[in-house]
Write a protein that binds this ligand. Structure first.
Ligand code: TRP
Ligand code: SF4
Length: 325
C-alpha cells in the first residue's frame, strides 16, 4: 500500500511558471511513489476573495486544465474540487469545536495577511478558520504526507496539533501529517519581483511562443547597460536568472559574453525566449488538445469526486462513531 498524500491549491485561474517550478513539478513527481489526492480548494479561495466570485468557476476549470497539461494524471491521482465533497465542511465544523482560538490567532500568516490585505475586509470567522479547513482537507483522506511550500509549514504544524488533540479526546482516528518540503526553482517575475499574478509580472504556463517572446522582451536587464557596448553584470539581470534555469549548458559562456559586451541584450532575450518556448511547448500543445474537449474538466472532476467521496464517507463514518454522534 502506497502512502497517501494530500495537497491543495486555490483556484487562481491560469497558472504561471512560478506555480510549476514551485509546486506543481513536485506534485507530478510524487505521483510515482504515492497515492495522491490533489484538491482545488475553492472554499479556501473564498476566505480572502468572497466579495467577487464571478470568476471562481471559470478559474477552477482553467487551473485543472493546467494541472492536466503539466502532467497531473487523473488515472493515478484523485483530482477533487473541495466544494464537491461536503464532508470537508462537516469535518471542518467538528475540528473547529476542538481547536482553541489562541492556536489560530498565533499562526504567523494570519496576522501577516490581515496586515497585507488591509482594506479588504478579511477579519472574518472564515479567514481565522483557514488552517482548520486545511486540516480537514488533509485528515479527510488520512494523508500522512503533505507537499507544501515553506510558507505553509505553520499551517501543517497546526494540523498536527489538531490531530493530536482530536485523537486524545476521541481515540486514534487521524495520522499526524508530515510535510514534504517542495523543491523550488526560484525565478523572479519579469520585473524582478516575486512572480505573482497580482503583480502582473508572470509568464503563463501555457504561453504561446509569441507571448513568451513578448514577456521576455519586457524583462528587466542590467540597468547599467545603457549602450550596446557597455559591459553587463549578469548577477543583477532577470534575463540571466532565467538562463540559469533554461539555458544551463551555455550559462558560463553567456556570463563571459555579457561581461565583455560580446552579446547584446536583444539577442540574449531572443535566445532565452527560444529556450523557454521549447521548454513550455509540450505543455502548451497538450493544453490546447485538452481544451478542445469542452466536457473534459467536468468529467475529470466528477470522476475525482466519486473516488474522493468514497474515502470521505468512510472517514466521516469513523469520525462520527468516535465522537458518538
Ligand atoms: N493553504 C494552501 C495554500 O495556500 C492550500 C491548501 C488548502 C492546502 N488545503 C490544503 C495545502 C491541504 C496542503 C494541504 O497553498
Ligand atoms: Fe542580461 Fe543578457 Fe543583457 Fe547580460 S546580455 S545584461 S544577461 S539580458
Amino acid at each position: 500500500m502506497k502512502e497517501r498524500i494530500f495537497s491543495g491549491m486555490r483556484p487562481s485561474g491560469r497558472l504561471h511558471l512560478g506555480n510549476l517550478l514551485g509546486a506543481l513539478d513536485n506534485w507530478i513527481r510524487l505521483q510515482d511513489d504515492y497515492q495522491c489526492f490533489f484538491g482545488v480548494v475553492d472554499w479556501h479561495a473564498l476566505t480572502t476573495g468572497y466579495e467577487d466570485t464571478s470568476d471562481l468557476r471559470e478559474n477552477v476549470g482553467e487551473m485543472v486544465l493546467d494541472w492536466l497539461a503539466a502532467g497531473i494524471d487523473p488515472e493515478r491521482s484523485v483530482i477533487l474540487r473541495q466544494s464537491d465533497i461536503k464532508e470537508h465542511a462537516e469535518l471542518h465544523l467538528l475540528l473547529s469545536m476542538v481547536t482553541p482560538l489562541s492556536w489560530l490567532e498565533r499562526v504567523p500568516t494570519y496576522k501577516e495577511q490581515l496586515r497585507e490585505l488591509e482594506g479588504r475586509e478579511i477579519a472574518t470567522y472564515g479567514f481565522l478558520g483557514y488552517p482548520v479547513l486545511q486540516a480537514a482537507d488533509i485528515f479527510m483522506y488520512r494523508a500522512t504526507r503533505v507537499p507544501v511550500g515553506e510558507d505553509q509549514l505553520p499551517h501543517l504544524e497546526l494540523s498536527r496539533e489538531i490531530a493530536r488533540r482530536f485523537n486524545n479526546l476521541f481515540g486514534p482516528v487521524f495520522p499526524e501529517p508530515e510535510a514534504i518540503l517542495n523543491k523550488v526553482t526560484l525565478l523572479p517575475g519579469i520585473d524582478g519581483r516575486k512572480m505573482s499574478k497580482s503583480y502582473q509580472n508572470e509568464i503563463p504556463l501555457a504561453a504561446s511562443p509569441e507571448v513568451i517572446l513578448d514577456r521576455v522582451s519586457m524583462m528587466i536587464t542590467d540597468p547599467a547597460r545603457v549602450r550596446r557596448n557597455d559591459p553587463g553584470h549578469p548577477e543583477v539581470c532577470t534575463v540571466y536568472s532565467f538562463h540559469g534555469v533554461f539555458g544551463k549548458e551555455t550559462l558560463s559562456q553567456l556570463d563571459e559574453e555579457c561581461r565583455s559586451a560580446g552579446i547584446g541584450c536583444v539577442q540574449c532575450k531572443k535566445n532565452l525566449g527560444r529556450l523557454m518556448g521549447e521548454f513550455l511547448e509540450p505543455i502548451r500543445s497538450r493544453r490546447e488538445d485538452l481544451a478542445a474537449d469542452p466536457d473534459l474538466v467536468r468529467s475529470v472532476l466528477e470522476e475525482g469526486a466519486s473516488r474522493a467521496r468514497a474515502v470521505a464517507q468512510e472517514t466521516m463514518g469513523e469520525v462520527r462513531e468516535a465522537m458518538r454522534l
